[in-house]
Ligand binder design. Structure first.
Ligand SMILES: [Zn+2]
Length: 435
């Protein structure tokens, strides 16, 4: 049966390999690990032996191997840790780093003037660190080392707490090794209450990397870590930003109130020794680099925001351009229709002009004809008047002729009568006096 470091045996399901302690909230590896697994007696076969540092890290996790790490850690996490350490203890303090690996942090602390040494489980790694950085490294576990109780200022445990089969016992031992005002400086993965395994898998959450079922036995929350140390009488805990804050936590913990920030004094102390100035120079470069990186990230975020707003603006402008394009097409169609109408009107105008001209010609022709008719009419009037006059004259002549005819008739009748008288006389029928 799985038991949490806090003693609880009640768990909420999390994944196939881990469960969440109902009592303290720590994520606990269900399989567990015998304390003996931590011990390295045979570097070729034991879990934390040579293969762990050479093949396991790169083959199974894709991390750089110990050779590359011995160089890379110095300019990155080691400087960050030193910066935080300077806030709590001045150079000269006696420090032990548990799980010091290749020993680069021990070397950097020594460069800065600390009396630092390290502990590792694998004899091969112990030798590697000694050879690589020329620093004192002891073969653990720490419980087996001959370190006087109450002799250390600081014990650093970077990525170690989560590996311990019995964190209560080991931390109790470490606290015993510390001076009364000594402190532990701890970096460990931070399990956050409410994390959901399926969601982590779906979103490829970075915390998934910490679910290492063959070595990460306890993944603490900030409150369960606090609880662990409270239980051990170290009630003063201060969380610092972790260099890998997206999955780690980083804190100092002590039995006495932690000192106020001594970083300024610490930096000043580094100026007092020729060798420590080299550590100071590295810290200065690191500060510049982190400031530049922060600036770059801020610039990047700013540029991304600008790009996004510019993209949105561009999209909006494109929509306007498209709408204007449509409107242009529309206007072009209207213009074409209007041109056609204009052409049509022009054609009609031309036809109308031609018609008007033709009508004008007709009117002109009729005008001429009218003039001609008027002239004819006048001539005809003159002729008519003339004829009238002639008619009057002819009437007068006719009347005259009539009169003459009557006179002629009368004369003829007289002649006739005269004739008959002469005839009658000749014939003797008519007296000569008659008539
Ligand atoms: Zn628990």
């Amino acid at each position: 049966m799985t038991t949490c470091w806090c003693g609880s045996t009640e768990f909420l399901p999390f994944s196939d390999e881990y469960a969440e302690c109902c009592n303290c909230g720590t994520l606990v590896l269900l399989v567990g690990m015998p304390p003996a697994k931590l011990i390295v007696e045979d570097d070729d076969t034991d879990f934390y032996g040579k293969a762990y540092w050479l093949d396991h890290q790169s083959d199974d996790f894709g991390y750089p191997d110990i050779y590359k790490r011995a160089r890379a850690d110095l300019t990155e996490r080691n400087l960050y840790w030193l910066k935080v350490l300077l806030k709590y203890r001045l150079p000269g303090a006696k420090i032990l780093e548990l799980g010091c690996s290749h020993g680069s942090f021990v070397a950097l602390m020594r460069l800065a003037g600390y009396d630092a040494s390290g502990v590792e489980m694998s004899p091969w790694v112990v030798e590697f660190g000694k050879k690589t950085f020329g620093v004192p490294i002891f073969q653990g576990p720490v419980e087996n080392l001959d370190i006087p109780a109450g002799s250390l200022d600081v014990i650093a445990l970077m990525d170690v707490l989560e590996h311990l089969p019995d964190p209560v016992a080991t931390m109790a031992h470490c606290l015993k090794l510390l001076k009364p005002d000594g402190l532990l400086l701890i970096q460990t993965p931070q399990f956050k209450q409410g994390m959901n395994y399926r969601q982590l898998v779906e979103t490829q959450g970075v915390f998934l990397q910490q679910l290492k079922s063959d070595e990460h036995l306890y993944l603490f929350t900030d409150s369960s870590a606090t609880r662990l140390f409270q239980q051990l009488g170290a009630e003063h805990i201060r969380f610092e930003p972790a260099i890998f804050g997206h999955y780690d936590m980083f804190f100092a913990v002590s039995r006495v109130p932690l000192p106020s920030d001594t970083a300024d004094t610490g930096y000043a102390a580094l100026e007092t020794k020729p060798q420590a100035r080299m550590a100071l120079a590295l810290l200065d470069i690191y500060s510049r680099e982190t400031a530049a990186t922060a600036q770059l990230m801020a610039d990047k975020a700013h540029l991304i925001a600008l790009l996004e707003s510019s993209e949105a603006d561009r999209a909006a402008r494109l929509r306007v351009i498209e709408a204007q394009g449509n409107e242009n097409v529309n206007l072009a169609a209207k213009w074409e229709a209007s041109e056609a109408a204009r052409a049509n009107v022009a054609t009609q105008l031309e036809a109308s002009e031609a018609d008007r001209a033709a009508r004008l010609k007709v009117i002109e022709a009729r005008g001429n004809e009218n003039d001609s008719l008027a002239a004819k009419w006048k001539a005809s009037e003159v002729a008519r008047v003339n004829v009238g006059t002639q008619l009057e004259a002819s009437e007068a002549a006719r009347v005259d002729v009539g009169t003459q005819l009557k006179a002629s008739e009368a004369a003829r009748a007289e002649l006739d009568a005269n004739w008959w008288v002469r005839v009658g006389r000749k014939l003797g029928i008519v007296s000569p006096k008659r008539g």
